[in-house]
Design a protein around this ligand. Structure first.
Ligand code: SAH
Length: 391
C-alpha cells in the first residue's frame, strides 16, 4: 500500500477522528497513488495513523479506518453489518417500513458511500473515486449482509462523482435488474424510479418530518410545494386533509406524484397536482391554504453561493408568509449543507418580518436517525426545517 506522510502537527484532527485529510496537510508521498487507491497515512514521526481512499482535490484522503487493517470485502461486510444493526435497533426497518438509508457516508464511517434500501432493492451511490473503485467489492459485501431479502443492487453515481476523474461512470445494475418497484414508508406505498429519479429515487430523509405533518393535516387545505414524488402529499391525505395541492416545476415529478397518490388513495378527489414554477404559483394562487410545505432543492451547493441562497430562502418564505391563512402552519426546509441552522433561521425570520406576520416556532426539524451525523464530522448535518405557526 502506498504511504502518505503528514506535515508536523497536521495529525491533530485525525487524532480527534475527523475523517478527511486536506491537501495542505500532506508533506510527501512514498509514490503518487492512482485516484481511488487505498493509502496508509503516517504522522511526521512516521507513526501509522489512518487508512483511506486517495483522491485529487482539496480533500485528498477520506479515512476508512484508524486501525491498520485491509480494506477488502470482509472490511465492508463488517461496516455494513454494523450499519444494518443500527437501523434494526433504531426501529426504521419493519413490515410497515422497508425504505431507509442503510449507509450515510461519514455518519456510518464510510465516507463517500450512500446506500438506500427500497424493499428488496438497494440503490448505491458513490461520492468519491475510492468508493467507485470498490463498488463491486461493496456489492458483494452488501449481498452477504442483506442475504435473500436483497434482489437488486442498482449503482447510480453518474452525477455524484467528480467528472475530472474521467471514470466513464455509468449507472447500472450490479445485481438483479428490476426497474420499478413499489416500496413502503410508514405504511404508505410509492413507486421508486431508481433509473431516472433524483438522488437515489426518493427523498428518504423526510420520513419523520412527513409523519409530523400528518398530525397537523386534519381538516386543512394543504399546499405541498416542491413535491417531487409527492411524499408529503400522501401523508397529508392520510392525516385527513380537506384538500391537497402538489406543485413541482418538473412534469415527471407531477406524474410520479399522481401515480403515488393513486396507489394509496385511488379515486380520491381531494388531490390535485400542478407542473408549475414555485414562485409563479405562490404569486398567482388564490386557494386559502392553511398548511404549506416548502421543501426546495439545495439553493447553495457550495459556500460561494451562500449569499444568493439565503436571499432565495427569504424570497420564497416571504411569499408563503404573505399568502398563508391566519392560524396557518408552515413547514419550511433547507437541505443545503453550506447553509447552517442559524443562517437558515435568520433567512426565514427575515421573510416573516418582511411579510409583517407574527410567527412562532412549533418544531425544529432535522434529518432522521438513519442519516446519522458523525460527531467528529459535523459537516454531515444538512437537513434543517422549521414548523411555524403563523398568526
Ligand atoms: N419534498 C420532496 C423533495 C423535494 S426535491 C420530497 O419529500 O420527496 C426538490 C424538487 O423541487 C424537485 O422535484 C424539483 O423538480 C423541484 N423544483 C426545483 N426548482 C423548482 C421551482 N423553481 N419550482 C417548483 N419546483 C421546483
Amino acid at each position: 500500500m502506498k504511504s502518505i506522510f503528514l506535515k508536523r502537527g497536521k495529525d491533530e484532527s485525525l487524532k480527534r477522528f475527523h475523517p478527511w485529510i486536506f491537501s495542505g496537510a500532506i508533506h510527501h508521498m512514498s509514490e503518487e497513488p492512482v485516484e481511488g487507491e487505498t493509502v496508509a497515512v503516517y504522522t511526521s514521526e512516521n507513526e501509522y495513523i489512518a487508512t483511506g481512499h486517495y483522491q485529487i482535490g482539496s480533500i485528498m484522503v477520506r479515512v476508512l479506518s484508524f486501525e491498520n487493517e485491509e480494506i477488502d470485502q470482509s472490511f465492508y461486510e463488517r461496516k455494513l453489518a454494523i450499519a444494518k444493526d443500527v437501523r434494526d435497533r433504531i426501529g426504521v426497518t419493519g413490515e410497515n417500513n422497508n425504505t431507509y438509508r442503510l449507509v450515510h457516508g461519514e455518519g456510518d464511517n464510510l465516507p463517500g458511500l450512500v446506500i438506500d434500501i427500497y424493499g428488496n432493492t438497494a440503490v448505491m451511490q458513490a461520492h468519491s473515486v475510492g468508493m467507485h473503485t470498490d463498488r463491486k467489492t461493496i456489492a458483494q459485501a452488501l449481498k452477504a449482509v442483506m442475504g435473500d431479502t436483497l434482489k437488486n443492487i442498482f449503482y447510480k453515481s453518474e452525477t455524484t462523482l467528480p467528472f475530472k476523474a474521467e471514470l466513464g461512470q455509468e449507472n447500472g445494475f450490479l445485481m438483479g435488474g428490476d426497474t420499478d418497484d413499489v416500496a413502503m414508508e410508514n405504511g404508505l406505498k410509492f413507486h421508486v424510479d431508481w433509473l431516472r429519479g433524483q438522488k437515489t429515487g426518493f427523498f428518504v430523509d423526510q420520513r419523520d418530518n412527513r409523519s409530523l405533518l400528518e398530525r397537523y393535516s386534519k381538516g386543512r387545505k394543504v399546499l405541498n410545494m416542491f413535491c417531487y414524488t409527492g411524499g408529503f402529499s400522501f401523508y397529508a391525505m392520510r392525516g385527513g386533509a380537506e384538500l391537497v395541492h402538489s406543485v413541482d416545476s418538473s412534469q415527471k415529478a407531477i406524474d410520479l406524484t399522481k401515480a403515488n397518490v393513486e396507489l394509496n388513495f385511488p379515486g380520491d378527489t381531494r388531490h390535485e397536482a400542478y407542473a408549475e414554477d414555485a414562485f409563479k404559483f405562490l404569486e398567482q394562487m388564490t386557494t386559502p391554504y392553511d398548511l404549506i410545505i416548502l421543501d426546495p432543492p439545495a439553493f447553495a451547493k457550495h459556500k460561494d453561493a451562500l449569499r444568493n441562497a439565503l436571499k432565495g430562502y427569504t424570497r420564497l418564505n416571504k411569499k408563503a408568509f404573505e399568502k398563508i391563512q391566519q392560524g396557518g402552519i408552515l413547514f419550511t426546509f433547507s437541505c443545503s449543507q453550506a447553509v447552517n441552522k442559524d443562517q437558515f433561521r435568520a433567512a426565514v425570520f427575515t421573510a416573516a418580518a418582511q411579510a409583517g406576520r407574527n410567527v412562532r416556532i412549533l418544531h425544529q426539524l432535522h434529518q432522521p436517525a438513519d442519516h446519522p451525523i458523525n460527531i467528529y464530522h459535523p459537516e454531515g448535518e444538512y437537513l434543517k426545517g422549521l414548523v411555524l405557526y403563523v398568526e
